[in-house]
Design a protein around this ligand. Sequence first.
Ligand code: SF4
Length: 245
Amino acid sequence: MIAALVILVVEVGNDYLIFIVRGIFIPSLCYIGGIIMLKAFITESDTLYFNSETFTLSTSIDDLNNNIKKENDYSILKKVVINISNNCNLSCTYCYADGGNYGMMNQLMNIDTADKIIDQLVSRRIQCIKRLILFGGEPFLNIDLFVYIIEKLSKNIEIQKIETVTNGTILNKKVEMMINNYHPFLTVSLDGPQLIHDKLRGKGSHRRTLNFIQYLKEIDYENFEVASTYTRMHQILGFQKRGYL
Ligand code: SF4
């Protein structure tokens, strides 16, 4: 038993979770997958139980069991990814998806297919989706279906977060309305200076993506990030990985 300020560091993949607890510390060790994990603390006011599956602390063993049950609750899906566009309006030189179609036909998902997916989720009694990711290709090529899926799914299922990845070259009234109504988390691809971006992603694409980002700033939209692909071209032209945007 140690009376101390206890700092627990847990390695999770490449990240570390740090818990700081003041009080009396009784380590109870268990060995899981090569990592020794601490199971419980007794603090000045409470006992905290450590859940080595979810890396959280709970104040009672019942809470802990409930949390584990919740995590194992098959009515909750952590992530649903739906590719609604096997098509893209760009053809980036390094595209991971063969120009957006993954080596298949260029096509957009239709309502029938979306309905089948939604029916499957509803018939399996899914009640909550933590992250709904509508993906492509370029998902905004299929903006009507983008909105349709959100609206129809959310009639039956709680959606906690909507996400998408876009090249930011498609901005029209429908895209604007979707952003304003549903506040998705947007990952916008921008590869840095115009010279490089246009070489990698096509002439004029840099200007259009900047317009998109400009629009987000004008409406004070903060729920987005800019993602860049760092290539040999950046290296050759002397752009460092950090701070080249
Ligand atoms: S925008 Fe994305 S999907 Fe489209 S060609 Fe470029 S990398 Fe591929």
